[in-house]
Design a protein around this ligand. Sequence first.
Ligand SMILES: *Cc1c(COP(=O)(O)O)cnc(C)c1O
Length: 465
Amino acid sequence: MESRKEIRLSDIAPQVISAIEELKGTYGGFEVHPSLQAQMGQVTSVLKELTDRLDDNFPYFHPHYAGQMLKPPHPVAMAAYIATMMINPNNHSIDGGKATTMLERELVKDLATMFGYPAEHLGHLTWSGTTANLEALWVSREINPGGSIAHSKDSHYTHTRMGEVLNVATIGIETDSQGRMRLDDLETKLKTGKIGTVVVTVGTTGLGAVDPLADIIPLARNYGARVHVDTAYGGFFTLIADNHLDPETARHYRAIADSDSVVVDPHKHGLQPYGCGAVLFRDVSVGRFYKHDSPYTYFASEDLHFGEIQLECSRAGASAAALWATLKVFPLTEAGLGQVLLGGRRAAVAWHDLIADSEYLTPLQRPELDILAYLPRFDDMSTLDWASHEIFERSAKTDRSNQIHLATYVMKPDGFAKRGIRLTENAESARIMRSVLMKPEQEHWIPDLHSHVESLAKQLIEEKK
Ligand SMILES: *Cc1c(COP(=O)(O)O)cnc(C)c1O
């Protein structure tokens, strides 16, 4: 077997660019209109200006960037995207995107299989997790009109916003000491009979907490509510849940199979460029809600077009091509894409254990996925807030090869109290540190990251003495 090695975009882009140019040439050459011509010197200087300006970014691609949910796509995704973009198909209709519609059907089937959805299901890619959630909540509103949307107080902030868009009331459910939806509070609110849909977050954006889905499903059903799973961030952890996450967490991952709808973002943990979310429905009959009547659509073929079962109209065929190609190389198995997630998961556990033993840092809680929250050891909220911000600033304020980029996370007093962290309450909130460890390389950088952050915490603690 051929051995594996690092794949660089510069090695594979020429292959696809020349293949597509050749393909175009088979239709016969033509001259580009003068309006589209430009001076090469100007183009190269504009592109030079662009690449210079891009220097003003944090190094999202580097293991030293351990802040927000950011990383570049895999070169395979980039090459497939570039190739397809050169033709620019639109997956709104088969006529607009013949090959890419077929590619999207194949990959949606793979996503459905990953979640344990039935062979008969409805699903498609979207531009984002937000639009994917909007679509699922819109379908829910049509099925349970008048019912409100319940979501945990730690769920993504767009759920309340989408509730406003849909003119559906939203209600926040309390979270427990690990940031998971509390069943007792959910039940109290279900008892009012007003809830039509429960949004269950499997992997919160803030802390990667997994709501107790397996227990929420029977509870919600008991009160006639639908269950929508927002696993935009955490969805691909399904691949490693059974063997590498806590058994309780794995039990909730398995329950995704019984949900009514589910959202996952390939542009987060699926190695894709932005513009790639996905929504799946268990029941194909929800297709009845997608009405369209426009004189300019072009559903020429008899087959189902994605435009007939999606909220949005135009959608990049290149997104489908990029994800399809990526999943051919990194299939939806533990040995495939699962290994990418496992690297970050191991990094989070390893760093948590180092922090738990540290004199100067303490973890907020055990990470459930690959997001780690921790704080320098201070006794009051105001100093903690100051110190977290100082760590954030100082860790990045050095020469490029030594910079560490972190993120902060705002906590209210009850967030500390319910985790047994006692702090003098001399501020309304306090920032702590948060690191999303989504690059598998980071599993080898933890000692380095830890020693940088710990020495800063030590320095600040000594400054305050
Ligand atoms: C990121 C995220 C969203 C929003 O998705 P976008 O793709 O950023 O629009 C929604 N829910 C969860 C849990 C997320 O992590």
